[in-house]
Design a binder for this molecule. Structure first.
Ligand code: UT7
Length: 332
């Protein structure tokens, strides 16, 4: 008898400080109107100094553990997805493990940026299907606000990103019609420089230099239009791959949760797929782009609102830095 992987608990946590578009207008040459029209974002949350991705992941994990109705000591593996770890090394998986006080289970860190949650979900799915682990905690969290520069030159990136964390608990089920039906992962490393934070880099000797600071190579850079054009192609492709694999059509999908990169991207993806916009879960207006955390935050909100119900078909898709893109087809 094989196992499928089900999501038995979810949680999310964002830092309390809300940053409005009007707040950003005071820092650089931008406007509430531009930000809302071009991205659909009204507010995002920024962490205060001293708070790292592991802190947001930990808070989200506590909620996911509670919603799964398990004891934290039952967790037998941790997977953590982030592009903004507390430290250059180690990753945040071990920090979350230590904060939860659940020694000495393994903790794996995943570095797939906006696609990080689905890549991590795919890894978790394989561990559960194989029988290796029975209760995996998957956290995805970002503190990006510290890496943003609120200047006219960097305003394209600065207005988009927000901080937040999401978490899920994954467990096996013997019901083969339920849970994660399949995951589909893609990458094209020819586009590394289209969305990246180049430095600090050990390729520089030394890694940290005045030149690195003066040239601002430590600022995230994005070729926005190029990312946009690729995102609206690749996310539908990933969804179609998932539907085809399971012999399903777009009419079978009850909820599409796209990575919340830009509301215009989500709407164009929906349009390309031919899925009614009511079936698309969108919360970027309140959170901005929280990268790896955006899908688990949207998933948790939708479940708590009662929007996703037992038996619903939920499709996740993401696209981002790398480029990497992915999809997951889940029967709730
Ligand atoms: O998470 C996955 C990774 N990220 C994404 O998927 C994001 C993908 N890209 C995007 O979402 C969009 O490309 C942006 C929102 C970043 C930009 O929107 P756009 O419609 O592609 O604008 P643009 O880059 O073509 O810029 C249009 C104008 C430019 O001015 P000029 O050259 O027309 O005079 C920009 O300088 O808007 C200007 N601009 C801004 N104006 C006010 C760029 N950023 C801002 C800003 N406020 N924050």
């Amino acid at each position: 008898m094989g196992y499928n992987t089900t999501i038995t608990g979810t949680g999310h946590f964002v830092p309390p400080r809300t940053v409005t578009n009007l707040d950003l207008e005071k820092l650089m040459d931008t406007s509430d109107e531009w930000i809302r029209q071009r991205s659909g974002i009204s507010t995002r949350h920024h962490a205060d100094p001293g708070t790292g991705a592991s802190d947001l992941a930990y808070e989200a994990a506590l909620k996911a553990i509670e919603s799964a109705g398990i004891d934290k000591t039952e967790i037998d593996f941790i997977i953590a997805a982030t592009l903004s770890p507390d430290h250059y090394f180690p990753g945040i998986g071990v920090i979350v493990q230590s904060k939860l006080g659940i020694k000495t289970i393994g903790a794996l860190d995943v570095r797939n940026q906006c696609s990080g949650f689905i890549y991590a979900l795919s890894a978790a799915d394989q561990y559960i299907r194989s029988g290796m682990y029975k209760k995996i905690l998957l956290v995805a969290a970002e503190v990006q606000s510290s890496n943003l520069e609120f200047t006219d030159e960097r305003r394209d990136v600065a207005v988009l990103f927000g901080d937040g964390g999401g978490a899920v608990i994954l467990e096996p089920t013997e019901d083969e019609g339920k849970g994660i039906l399949s995951t589909h992962l893609f990458s094209d490393g020819d586009h590394v420089q289209d969305l990246w934070m180049e430095a600090p880099s050990p390729k520089d000797k030394p890694t940290f230099s005045h030149e690195m600071i003066d040239s601002k190579r430590y600022c995230p850079r994005m070729n926005g239009r190029h990312v946009f054009v690729n995102a609206v192609e690749r996310m539908p492709e990933a969804v179609w791959a998932g539907l085809k694999h399971n012999g399903l059509s777009i009419e079978d999908v009850d909820h599409l949760i796209p990575h919340q990169a830009n509301d215009r991207i989500s709407l164009m993806v929906a349009n390309k797929l031919g899925i009614p916009v009511e079936k698309v879960i969108r919360n970027i207006d309140r959170f901005g782009n929280t990268t790896a955390a955006s899908i688990p935050i949207a998933l948790d909100e939708s479940l708590r609102e009662g929007r996703i119900k037992d038996g619903d078909l939920v499709v996740l898709t993401a696209f981002g830095s790398g480029f990497t893109w992915a999809s997951a087809v889940i029967r709730w």
